[in-house]
Ligand binder design. Structure first.
Ligand code: CP3
Length: 341
């Protein structure tokens, strides 16, 4: 008997003897078939806005490995693009948003929400093609993380420019967070209405904030998104991933209303298991570098994660996105071990 949608079942609170598995950034540069299609299309944005190609990229890791979840191929920076910033992904450098909000006001940007339409077309294409065992995941960036790119115009190691902006002009920063929050609800609702079955909120830079700032810019906006999204789509299943939250994880889990909690690789799984609310599904948290290392180091790291979450609903994943230098054979070894093959 096939266990259909085992990932979705676990996200809704059921436990499985063998956890379902998918990997953050599973569609991407470590796959030769991805690199080939990206070269053909001429770049990341051309790929992400071509619904046929983006659907193909979404399905590449499913076809190759048979993961339990397919994550929509897109990017968290589609929302700033739709809010009116220019978006580019130069070869060998990080993404750029122009004009940066340190140089201009939010009000001067002209919204182009039609820029999100190709994403919804991709969602429909994937939903029509996906086999019934596989759960389809959508996603968006959380407001704080998206704001760090919008304000600085690029990524940074410590998000210093945006943290300063939030202190120096709290009102203007709150308006940026509110604008992202509002469009993100709309964006995720449309992903769900077009066929995704659960969504993940990526707060990749949640770890850079002091406790009071974390309450204000991580917990509050994520809680607002969860409440508004569930009001519009009562069936919404939401994974929150506050990377780097550390000791603030229990507060995030209790106060945001997310259905499942993503853990990064710095979190001790044994500790997490004791502080996360009983029965709440967790996702994670193998170190992406253990996956690159392979061999016995990888096996030991996998077993520690499996053992820690043996008694609760658990989705196996990395603690952060898969690195582009990860050998395919190590991904195969990971899948075999998690599945007990
Ligand atoms: O998980 C998936 O396979 C689905 C697609 C996905 C992408 N980006 C595609 C992508 C997802 C879920 C993201 C999320 C994302 N994007 C985050 C949050 C998660 C995280 O890793 O922290 C962030 C911070 C971004 C912003 C972003 N996009 C950066 C910093 C970069 C450049 C550096 C990098 O990691 O590649 C991107 C580009 C990007 N987004 C690529 C892919 C496959 C690489 C583009 C290329 O092909 O050159």
């Amino acid at each position: 008997m096939t266990d259909t949608k085992r990932l979705l079942a676990v996200l809704k609170g059921e436990r499985r003897e063998r956890p379902p598995i998918w990997l953050m950034r599973q569609a991407g540069r470590y796959l030769p078939e991805y690199r080939e299609l990206r070269a053909q299309k001429g770049g990341f944005l051309a790929l992400a806005t071509d619904p046929v190609a983006a659907a193909e990229v979404t399905l590449q890791p499913i076809n190759r490995f048979g993961f339990d979840g397919a994550i929509l191929f897109s990017d968290i920076l589609m929302v700033p693009w739709a809010l009116g910033q220019d978006l580019s992904f130069g070869a060998g450098e990080g993404p750029r948003l122009e004009p940066a909000l340190v140089d201009t006001t939010l009000a001067s940007l002209e919204r182009v929400t039609a820029r999100l339409e190709p994403v919804y077309a991709t969602v429909r294409g994937v939903a029509a093609a996906l086999s019934p065992e596989t759960t389809f995941l959508g996603f968006a960036g959380s407001p704080w993380t998206v704001a760090t790119y919008m304000v600085a115009g690029h990524g940074s190691r410590d998000q210093g420019e945006t943290r300063r902006f939030a202190y120096n002009d709290r009102q203007a920063f709150a308006a940026i967070i509110d604008a992202i929050t509002e469009l993100t609800v709309e964006y995720l609702a449309k992903q769900i209405e077009n066929g995704v079955e659960a969504v993940q909120l990526f707060d990749s830079w949640a770890g850079s904030l002091s406790p009071a700032q974390f309450e204000r810019w991580v917990i509050a906006p994520n809680a607002a998104i969860v409440a508004k999204l569930k009001a519009r789509c009562p069936q919404a299943v939401i994974i929150g991933f506050p990377k780097g939250a550390g000791g603030k994880l229990p507060a995030y889990a209790r106060e945001t209303g997310v259905d499942a909690l993503g853990l990064d690789e710095t979190v001790d799984p044994e500790w997490a298991n004791t502080v996360v609310p009983e029965g709440m599904p967790v996702q994670g948290n193998l170190d992406p570098l253990a996956l690159i290392a392979g061999g016995e180091a990888l096996d030991g790291a996998i077993d520690r994660v499996l053992a820690a979450f043996r008694d609760r609903p658990h989705v196996f994943n990395l603690g952060h996105g898969i690195d582009q230098h990860t050998p395919i054979a190590h991904v195969e070894r990971l899948l075999a071990r998690v599945r007990g093959a």
